[in-house]
Write a protein that binds this ligand. Structure first.
Ligand SMILES: Nc1ncnc2c1ncn2[C@@H]1O[C@H](COP(=O)(O)OP(=O)(O)OP(=O)(O)O)[C@@H](O)[C@H]1O
Ligand SMILES: [Mg+2]
Length: 253
């Protein structure tokens, strides 16, 4: 089966999530993301945005309901198959989660190396992307010696370098200035044009207003029924995002 033909990359059906020993933090969540769509995920602090993303990148399993990823019901999929699904997903963590003992370069290179890319390709693509996000001078530096914004850029570069089929970005512009935020949004949109399904969790209402992507709005662990929650209008069968490295073009303007 050509994975790119799966029309729904993500489908939640009546999903609930409770953390061990805690109360339920997500209730009866039902929505789906079509292949090639781009959504924002909004909601106040504590609404459950990160928890929803954690379900999607398989860090936690639903305590109720059904979650389907790339056409596979993950509540019925054996644990052994989860790493394969996980490799199709790029994640920008809210707290970056960079590997401390690796340089910026090696953090970004990791997904390509895991995919078995030849060294020369890894070097070329990582250098190109680091240069594009403005971090070529920091390439050899350890995460602890970078500013918060620079760490965020490394985290974004690592999430997009292998052109994942699904990109989940948790507050990806929370630590950078507006010019850099625009550049990152451009990167996400370019990845989306290449076929990646994108979900960006953000508090930044300005960001949501500036870009014309539909929003999923969470409040107190439930999705608000907003008319803006709709599927992408333009994308039919997008090209396959298959680990080919992302090579961003110059930003217009
Ligand atoms: N590991 C955990 N164990 C128990 N409860 C948790 C855990 N992680 C999150 N929660 C609870 O789940 C709820 C939702 O948290 P979550 O981090 O998903 O919110 P959020 O919308 O991402 O918030 P923010 O905008 O501040 O990032 C909160 O009440 C939080 O206390
Ligand atoms: Mg969060």
């Amino acid at each position: 089966m050509d994975r790119a033909e799966t029309p729904r990359v993500v489908a939640f059906d009546g999903v609930g999530l409770g953390y061990p020993g805690g109360t339920e933090v997500l209730h009866d969540v039902t929505f789906s993301l079509d292949s090639g769509s781009f959504h924002f995920l909004t909601g106040p602090s504590g609404a459950g945005k990160t928890s929803l993303l954690r379900l999607m990148y398989l860090a936690v399993r639903p305590t109720r309901g059904t979650l389907t990823l790339f056409g596979q019901d993950i509540t019925r999929t054996s644990r052994r198959r989860l790493p394969d699904l996980r490799r199709r997903i790029g994640v920008v963590f809210q707290d970056f989660r960079l590997i401390r003992h690796l340089s910026a370069f090696d953090n970004v290179a990791l997904p390509l190396r895991i995919a078995g890319a030849p060294d020369a390709d890894v070097r070329r693509n990582v250098c190109e992307l680091l240069q594009w996000v403005g971090l070529e001078a920091q390439s050899g530096m350890a995460p602890a010696t970078l500013s918060g914004g620079q760490q965020q850029l490394v985290a974004v570069a690592r999430a997009v370098i292998a052109r994942p089929r699904l990109l989940l970005a948790d507050e990806p512009t929370g630590n950078v200035d507006e010019r850099v935020a625009r550049r990152l949004m451009y990167l996400f949109e370019e990845l989306n044009r290449l076929g990646t399904t994108v979900l960006v969790a953000t508090h930044d209402e300005g960001l949501v207003r500036r870009y014309r992507h539909p929003r999923l709005a969470l409040k107190d662990g439930a999705l608000a029924a907003l008319p803006a929650v709709r599927t992408a209008e333009t994308v039919t069968v997008p090209p396959r995002a298959d680990g080919t490295p992302l090579r961003p073009q110059p930003v217009p303007g």
